[in-house]
Ligand binder design. Structure first.
Ligand code: NAD
Ligand code: UFG
Length: 333
């Protein structure tokens, strides 16, 4: 079975490509390298022994996207490609709408023209906006608090409409919670450009001495220690959620799953676990809340467990150890 992985040189895409290849799938990657590097292909080869076929293309462009389907018989697509920085999406909303939505529409049109109607889309817990309670189930009301989140919600709606109009479509919308960590080999991981926005990459840079200290955004939330609580999921568990989804793609229609652990950790719990597991110091200071942040967000992952037979296996220690392992590996090079 041949799977096109868009955004496959990126953080989650590369981990998913590895898990697919290791299970015998043929993987083709398409990426414009706007937030990743071609060297990831060599790392995937180092881990799996297979270097995936690669198309350096922008999925907002129709012709190069068509070329992939003309040159290959694609059975299913996992669509990771997209821009994902919440803050940047406020500065450049048009870029986010054009990039994320145009690429998703062009991809679906080209797929349909070539008779490929199995699609998995990277959505996000951000589509739940400010949830009324936790844990969050798939049937909770949807809303967004930033342009990035709105692109995800709009693409979910576009894909749902497609499946309504054409009963042959088989579409899975996967709503990820907070992916962190890296592959156990230390060869692939999260590699943000510049100063990271997200907690774990920031902690890693502080521990490495590249950044002075972590700002903990608020300790006056209605949470056990006052800092924000999130559902951190190991990127390898997340990747395996995609494998499970591919394997269960038998029924046409739209299928929606939360991919999370069901357990929330606070910012300070993450900092403490990281220090303990890796024997490093992460100096921090409490600062004001970050605008747009919610107090608590964690998944009810029961639907993925019962329908996909998938659940997370790796805990917080694995997440912290592997994130640091990847960083140390990079520092050595
Ligand atoms: P990433 O930036 O590491 O990977 C995305 C990849 O898409 C990059 O390699 C980038 O170069 C590529 N890309 C972007 N626009 C493209 C285009 N027009 N054409 C071709 N390639 C393009 O991000 P990630 O963390 O691996 O996220 C993957 C997907 O999961 C994204 O859609 C993201 O919105 C979603 N998601 C991520 C998180 C998270 O916290 N990392 C949470 C929820 C959802
Ligand atoms: N935080 C800090 N200091 C930092 C960075 C983050 O205290 O320097 C805190 C935040 O306030 C929050 C927690 O750490 O309480 C997690 O923040 P992240 O930025 O790592 O993650 P978010 O939950 O804000 O958002 C992430 C992605 C979104 C996605 C969402 C749900 O950035 O795109 O998870 O999947 F939508």
């Amino acid at each position: 079975m041949t799977i096109l992985v868009t955004g496959g040189t990126g953080y989650i895409g590369s981990h998913t490509a590895v898990e697919l290849i290791e299970r015998g799938y043929e993987v083709i990657i398409a990426d414009n390298l706007s937030n990743s590097s071609e060297s990831v292909l060599d790392r995937i080869e180092e881990i799996t022994g297979v270097k995936p076929k690669f198309y350096l293309i922008d999925l907002t462009e129709r012709e190069p996207t068509e070329k992939i389907f003309e040159e290959n018989k694609i059975d299913a697509v996992i669509h990771f490609a997209g821009l994902k920085a919440v803050g940047e999406s406020w500065q450049k909303p048009a870029l986010y709408y054009r990039n994320n939505i145009t690429s998703s529409v062009v991809l679906a049109e080209v797929m349909a023209e070539h008779g490929c109607k199995k699609l998995i889309f990277s959505s996000s817990a951000t589509v739940y906006g400010e949830p009324k309670s936790v844990p969050i189930s798939e049937d909770f009301p949807l809303s967004t608090t930033n342009p990035y989140g709105t692109t995800k919600l709009m693409i979910e709606k576009i894909y749902t409409d497609l499946a309504t109009s054409d009963k042959e479509w088989n579409i899975t919308l996967l709503r990820y919670f907070n992916p962190i960590g890296a592959h156990k080999s230390g060869l692939i991981g999260e590699n943000p450009n510049g100063i990271p926005n997200n907690l774990m990459p920031y902690i890693v840079k502080v521990a490495a001495g590249e950044l002075y200290q972590l700002s903990v955004f608020g300790n006056d939330y209605p949470t056990p220690d006052g800092t924000g609580v999130r559902d951190y999921i190991h990127v390898t568990d997340l990747a395996l959620g995609h494998v499970a989804s591919i394997e269960k793609m038998t029924e046409p229609g739209v299928h929606i799953f939360n991919l999370g652990t069901g357990k929330g950790y606070s910012v300070l719990e993450i900092v403490n676990a990281f220090e303990k597991v890796n024997g490093v110091k992460v100096p921090y200071v409490i600062t004001a809340r970050r605008p747009g942040d919610i107090p608590m967000c964690y998944a009810n992952p029961d639907k993925a467990k019962s329908e996909l037979g998938w659940e997370t296996k790796l805990g917080l220690e694995d997440m912290c150890r592997s994130a640091w392992g990847y960083a140390v590996n990079k520092l050595k090079k």
